[in-house]
Write a protein that binds this ligand. Structure first.
Ligand code: DX5
Ligand code: ZN
Length: 237
């Protein structure tokens, strides 16, 4: 069974009580804090930047998973590394030099992720997958929380999983496969079966009355799916 990570997206938190909200989801079992950065250019929305990340950092004892929906990308990489990000992911369309941006993230001591929009082909992973620590498959068009899950993302996750497994078989490098957008208790199992191991959930968690109960339900549904897939393929555990 894969090691499942649940990453609440603070986009759906109460921004007037952000520190409290972040502490609450960590207490409730969050493995990562997903931090959505939108610039009103690359995506039609405007959110939070490195100052807010730095302000939250003392309240956070899990990795901060920064999702940059900004163009250009590179100037914000050192800013988020200094602000306490553990993972920095970006969209290939937003960087003029994808390989350079990946290197910059690593030079600043963070893990690097590449984010694929619903219409972005997997071929953008060609030649750079070996350098990445994370592939993030968008299951909505980026820009807003609370949108419905796009089912084609399941197919894409399974194709990305095959590529990631091939890297692991060849080099032993582990690359995480994250899914972001519209993830709920009733579809997280399908995403896990398709190969995702890291699950962003914004409205599903922050829109629920009981964060711990919802995170536990998400984790159980994702883990159960992994077990079923293992049994079906004949694995003994
Ligand atoms: C969308 C963001 C997501 C979003 C997820 O552009 O990248 O992280 O907040 O929110 P839900 O889970 O509500 O779709
Ligand atoms: Zn996101």
């Amino acid at each position: 069974m894969r090691d499942i990570q649940i990453a609440p997206s603070i986009l759906s938190a109460d921004f007037a009580r952000l520190g409290e909200e972040v502490r609450a989801v960590i207490e409730a079992g969050a493995d990562l804090i997903h931090f959505d950065v939108m610039d009103n250019h690359y995506v039609p929305n405007l959110t939070i930047g490195p100052l807010v990340c730095a302000a939250l950092k003392p309240h956070v004892d899990v990795p901060i998973d920064v999702h940059l929906m900004v163009r250009p990308v590179d100037a914000l990489v050192p800013a988020f590394a200094d602000a306490g990000a553990a993972i920095i992911s970006f969209h290939p369309e937003a960087s003029d030099h994808v390989d350079r941006t990946i290197n910059l993230i690593h030079e600043r001591g963070c893990k690097a992720g590449l984010v694929l929009n619903p219409a972005t082909p997997l071929s953008c992973l060609d030649h750079v997958l070996d350098e990445l620590d994370l592939v993030l498959i968008m299951s909505v068009n980026p820009g807003f929380g609370g949108q419905p899950f796009i089912p084609e993302a399941l197919h894409k996750l399974s194709l990305a999983r095959a590529r990631i497994d091939a890297v692991a078989a060849r080099s032993g490098r582990a690359i995480r496969l994250e899914v972001d957008g519209g993830v709920k208790v009733d579809n997280i199992g399908a995403a896990a079966r398709a190969g995702a191991d890291t699950f962003v959930a914004g409205s599903a968690i922050f829109g629920s009355g009981d964060y711990a109960k919802t995170i536990a339900a998400l984790r159980a549904a994702a883990s159960g799916a992994g077990r079923t897939a293992a049994l079906r393929s004949g694995a003994s555990a």
